[in-house]
Design a protein around this ligand. Structure first.
Ligand SMILES: Cc1cc2nc3c(=O)[nH]c(=O)nc-3n(C[C@H](O)[C@H](O)[C@H](O)COP(=O)(O)O)c2cc1C
Length: 412
């Protein structure tokens, strides 16, 4: 079994998150010092080619490439934004990182600011995370007092309480005081982001990995985990599992290791029925996929997504349709309303699923869900709507007997 390995959470439980001295005594801010002595292009290529750090927020984009694009973009007004909105159900890894070690995140943000030449940085933190916000503000004040962030302003912005605010362009709109709706891409934020200026948006976990890569070297990082998605990943476990907690492990860890090793197995002596990796916007997996690595490309190869690294475990006491009700209602509630296919589609999907769960559904409803799903996948403006029914369609494929049990009068 692959063991836990901590990069983003390396100081968790070892230092007081309120104390910059503790962080410095644990070699904190050494990487920033080293980075500031490096040539910017060389620093960026450490992440881009050698380290191959890919974003941990869900899209898996090469971080160095993103920084390189913002570095090369014209103009001297540039921004760094740390995405700490963390609205995906079942995901609490960013909060765990921040609440254990806020300075690691700030150090990653400051290294990025140096690399691209930004003087202003924002940490957009989920509004409900009051403790995280307070720890971050305290850490920023301490770093300022010590002269560590003298030339760079770092601010914390409390989120607007909406799932779509985690989508990077909706986040930028929200940060600008506008309604949080996604923007058309391209242009990408690296060329026209915050206030239409070049902006790097990275996830908390991505920034938290940067200091260790700078300090220990790209080759060290590249040798950990899966070759194409190297490093570690922080997984948030929830549902019918013994240990509901965050675990960090090399990216070639298997689902079996995560669930039966770190997670302690299925709770209450029940059998494993389904796993949902990546959050509510992702499809389900059955136990025959337990030996798959939980990295970006391995998940994609089996038609699923790593997403934020949330892992929901479902035991065999559940009818999957009952779980789908919560998921469909979540998307209906969170649709931002910008485009009609998502606004109307998520409402209709929630109605259909609720109907089936209540035993009032028919075979025709299942056909409607399939059609709706296809339409939303093709015509919704952003991935929120495009993936809103991914869990439903995968459940229809994998657990037809659960639908059959709900639709009593007709054949599924
Ligand atoms: C609906 C939606 C919600 C998202 N929520 C988050 C989030 O809470 N945190 C996050 O880092 N990325 C989130 N993302 C992904 C971001 O748009 C973006 O890809 C990410 O912040 C980039 O950082 P990374 O390259 O370090 O992963 C979301 C995307 C979508 C479509």
């Amino acid at each position: 079994m692959i063991k836990e390995m901590k990069i983003a959470l390396r100081n968790a439980g070892k230092i007081n998150p309120n104390s910059i001295d503790d962080y410095i005594n644990a070699d904190g801010y050494q990487a920033l010092k080293m980075a500031r002595q490096m040539d910017k292009a060389q620093l960026i290529s450490t992440l881009e080619d050698a380290g191959k750090l890919r974003g941990r927020g869900g899209a898996g984009f090469n971080t160095g490439l993103k920084w390189s694009s913002a570095f090369k973009a014209e103009g001297c007004e540039k921004y760094v934004v740390c995405n700490a909105d963390e609205g995906e159900p079942g995901t609490y890894k960013d909060r765990t990182i921040i609440e254990n070690d806020p300075h690691t995140v700030i150090e990653g943000v400051l290294i990025c600011a140096y690399a691209i030449g930004a003087k202003e940085c924002y940490i957009y933190c989920r509004g409900e995370y009051e403790h995280s916000i307070s720890l971050l503000r305290n850490a920023i004040a301490q770093a300022k007092e010590k002269g560590i962030s003298a030339e760079v302003k770092v601010r914390v912005h409390s989120g607007a309480g909406s799932y779509v605010c985690g989508e990077e362009t909706a986040l930028l709109n929200s940060l600008e005081g506008k309604r949080a709706e996604p923007r058309l891409k391209p242009p990408f934020p690296t060329t026209a982001g915050f206030r239409a200026k070049p902006t790097v948006v990275n996830n908390v976990e991505t920034f938290a990995a940067v200091p260790a890569i700078v300090e220990k070297g790209a080759e060290w990082f590249r040798a950990i985990g899966s070759p194409e998605y190297p490093g570690t990943k922080v997984f948030s476990l929830s549902g019918d599992i013994v240990h509901k907690a965050c675990f960090e492990a090399p990216t070639n860890v298997t689902l079996r290791d995560v669930i039966f090793g770190f997670g302690g197995g299925v709770a209450n002596g029940c059998k494993l029925k389904a796993i949902q990796v990546g959050g509510s916007s992702c499809g389900f997996l059955t136990p025959d996929k337990l030996d798959t690595s939980v990295d970006f490309d391995s998940m994609r190869a089996i038609g699923r997504a790593l997403g934020s690294g949330a892992i929901l475990v479902i035991d065999d006491s559940h009818n999957i349709v009952d779980i789908l009700v919560g998921i469909a209602e979540f998307f209906n509630h969170e649709s931002c309303g910008k485009c009609a296919p998502c606004r109307e589609g998520t409402l209709r999907a929630a109605q259909l699923i609720r109907n089936i769960a209540d035993g009032k559904g028919s075979k025709k409803d299942l056909e409607q869900i399939k059609d709706l799903s296809e339409m939303m996948g093709m015509s919704c403006f952003c991935p929120l709507g495009q993936s809103a029914t991914a869990a439903v369609t995968s459940a229809m494929e994998l657990f037809p007997e659960d639908f059959r049990a709900k639709i009593s009068k007709q054949e599924v």
